[in-house]
Unconditional design. Structure first.
Ligand code: FAD
Ligand code: SF4
Ligand code: SF4
Length: 656
């Protein structure tokens, strides 16, 4: 007999999960077959164990029968383990005497043969009985909280999250990799569905962030590494040298005037040029120039040095070096946003070949009053006003064979906006939109799209474009009108591609460093799509905006506020409770070989040099079990998951 050697009284509660489990697993048979199994005091089933009557039944049975362990045979523990642990606690039972037998995700959802699935469910539950017999009562490990947050990404999502957290009274460190905060929203012209000016909403928010006493803005910084755990992270942040002292720079622009190096301007999507020393855009925050070392002729005065010579404010410092700074925070909001899929990937549309085939963000800059054409619609090649313009939707989206399988969600709407704004500015112009179907599922979105068709006379052509090519000076768009089945070919002065949204460049590497999960497309993965949509499975990390998937501004802002509320919720706690199912070291068995130290992905293990055995930082240990599997001496035994328990579980499964 395992555990403390005493006979246990175990209750088994088998859930139907409506028809989710019951249609494939004969739940009554499972309950019946477990009745009378070693230490089982009660075995029963119910249609929804997680509902109020289900929870009440468990609570009453624990109290009436004096159960000292329960097994819930139901869905994955990630969904309701906490719910059932709470029920046990209410009934006076130690929550670590609750085990979940997953007979949904690991059984009914992946099998069809009822007989075999039921046999498997019986084995799963029996194995959990064996585990539970060896469980000991555990108490969560109590940890203090650093009530300070880090927000990564200074787009509208990051700014909103930072402001909300700061308004709750907590300090925020905002890390942005570019020289200015603002993200993509400051590049937009007017925004659907209200057509209000993007900059007029965004720039005051940027100012508010920069002036907020609780927010420390770190632009041109990147997260290098993070250690610690929820409530107590230590972050190493790389400060890239701007070579200009932000506090001394007077924004006179004399440096840029004399700088001989001219490169494409990222803010205007390469449709205009900037100097090697530059201000990203006039409303940039912080308001200071940045010397882009990759474009500079070289910092030695013999090579150039013109900007430093001319700067009266003595703001330019060629000796600035990259630095690493450290910050301590209790929670992290990830708001790294999106980029656009490369036009090069769709070579048939000529995006990188023809100057007048551009993407949506380039068109935003053309439409913007602060853009390279002052808001007049002019084509990049010769500055002429395009009289025929073609918009192509779903470029690289909804194409599982060749590109991205997902819908980028916002391109139907911004294409409608683009076509509408074009018609507002070029009254005698013709706008045609090629679409697969129009998805306008937001508040006032469909009405906005209808206005484009009815009032602005935009031609919507249901079809797929196969090719954009050039005949002489004229662009030609060839495709199929899928409603009539006819081939269409039309001339265009300019083509705008609604490129798929993709996760921000470099976010994959960052998430690996932070050990934050992503989905198959690289977007941040939420802990649960319905119940925990703004949390990562890695505790203490919260998701906001397009880093999590394509979103418009209202959804981005709503999610950012939700993430901030979650941070506030965390910080409002007195202390944090860390799972006690860690892997301690049995010192008498430990040979000090150190194998487990290299296996631990959380850096929780180190060598005690005086005792020459391994010691464990309990709050860093996430209980993943990597060390327990690797230890050749059996000295690393996970709490409530010992070798003895695992062997007895395997035996129960093999016996059936
Ligand atoms: P972003 O704006 O992408 O901001 C992310 C920020 O994180 C950036 O500043 C980036 O530099 C920074 N970052 C990235 N990686 C790191 C890192 N590793 N470390 C530090 N910082 C990092 N929505 C509407 O509602 N209405 C519209 O009219 C509209 N028009 C659009 C038109 C086009 C052509 C496109 C492409 C989108 C449009 N959108 C519109 C959508 C809108 O742009 C997004 O909803 C919004 O910008 C998302 O904000 P965000 O903060 O999540 O991401
Ligand atoms: Fe700033 Fe000096 Fe350049 Fe003027 S010359 S913008 S003060 S760095
Ligand atoms: Fe000790 Fe085992 Fe780690 Fe080796 S692997 S140091 S024996 S706990």
């Amino acid at each position: 007999m395992m555990g403390n050697g005493k006979k246990k009284k175990i209750g088994i509660f088998v859930c139907h999960c409506g028809v989710n489990i019951a249609s494939v697993v004969d739940v009554e048979r499972v309950a019946k077959e477990l009745d009378g199994y070693t230490d089982v005091e009660l075995s029963t089933d119910y249609v929804y164990m997680c509902s109020e009557p289900g929870q009440k039944m468990i609570l009453e049975q624990i109290q009436e029968r004096g159960l000292d362990g329960v097994i819930i045979a139901a869905c994955s523990p990630t969904l309701h383990e906490k719910t059932f642990q709470n029920v046990a606690e209410l009934a006076g039972l130690n929550p670590y005497m609750v085990e979940i037998a997953n007979i949904r995700e690991q059984n009914s959802w992946v099998h069809t043969d009822k007989e075999k699935a039921t046999d498997k469910a019986v084995k799963i539950v029996k194995s959990m009985v064996e585990k539970l017999r060896g469980n000991e009562h555990l108490e969560p490990i109590k940890v203090g909280i650093t009530r300070r947050a880090m927000v990564v990404g200074g787009g509208v999502a990051g700014l909103q999250a930072a402001l909300d957290i700061a308004d709750h009274g907590y300090e925020v460190v905002l890390v942005e990799k570019e020289p200015s905060i603002g993200g993509h929203m400051v590049q937009l012209s007017e925004t659907f569905p209200t057509l209000d000016c993007s900059q007029c909403i965004m720039t005051p928010k940027m100012v508010e962030v920069s002036r907020h006493p609780n927010i420390k803005v770190l632009t041109y910084h990147e997260v290098e590494s993070i250690s610690g755990f929820v409530g107590n992270f230590k972050v190493r942040i790389k400060k890239k040298p701007k070579f200009v002292d932000e506090d001394l720079c007077k924004l006179c622009g004399d440096c840029a005037d004399v700088c001989p190096q001219v490169v494409p301007d990222e803010f205007n999507m390469g449709l205009s040029f900037r100097k090697a020393i530059y201000l990203p855009f006039p409303q940039a925050i912080p308001g200071a120039y940045t010397l882009d070392i990759d474009s500079c002729l070289g910092l030695l005065p013999v090579r150039c040095g013109k900007c430093k010579d001319v700067c009266d404010a003595r703001a330019i410092d060629y000796d600035m070096k990259e630095e690493i700074i450290e910050e301590e925070v209790g929670a992290v909001v990830l708001a790294t946003g999106y980029d656009l899929y490369s036009m090069q990937a769709l070579g048939e549309f000529g995006g990188e070949r023809y100057e007048d085939v551009i993407n949506g963000l380039e068109f935003e800059r053309i439409l913007s009053a602060s853009g390279p054409t002052g808001g007049e619609v002019r084509r990049p090649s010769d500055g002429k006003i395009p009289k025929n313009i073609v918009f192509i939707q779903c470029c690289g989206s909804r194409d599982p064979e060749l590109h991205n399988s997902y819908c980028s969600k916002i391109c139907c709407m911004y294409t409608a906006k683009h076509a509408m704004l074009y018609k507002h500015r070029v009254h005698d112009g013709n706008a045609t939109v090629f679409y697969i179907d129009v998805r306008a599922g937001g508040k006032a979105f469909d009405e906005f799209y209808q206005r484009t068709v009815d009032e602005d006379d935009v031609l919507y052509m249901r079809g797929k474009v196969s090719k954009v090519y050039k005949e002489g000076d004229i662009l030609k768009v060839r495709g199929v009108d899928t409603l009539t089945g006819k081939l269409v070919e039309m001339e265009a002065d300019m083509v705008v591609l609604a490129m798929s949204m993709v996760h921000a460049d470099g976010s994959g590497e960052l998430m690996k460093k932070l050990k934050v999960g992503t989905d198959k497309d690289g977007w941040l993965a939420e802990a649960h799509p319905k119940l925990r949509p703004v949390e990562s499975l890695n505790a203490g990390f919260f998701l906001a905006g397009c880093a999590h998937g394509p979103k418009d501004i209202p959804d981005t802002v709503a999610q950012a506020s939700a993430a901030a509320a979650k941070v506030g919720d965390l910080f409002a706690r007195h202390e944090l409770l860390h799972e006690p199912t860690i892997v301690p070291v049995i010192e008498e068995l430990c040979s000090g070989c150190g194998i487990c130290i290299s296996m631990c992905p959380y850096g929780a293990r180190s060598l005690d040099l005086t005792k020459h055995v391994v010691k464990v930082n309990e709050v860093l240990c996430e209980g993943c079990g990597a060390c327990a599997a690797a230890c050749p001496c059996g000295a690393a035994q996970q709490k409530n998951q010992t070798d003895e328990q695992i062997f007895s579980m395997v035996k129960a499964i093999l016996k059936g």
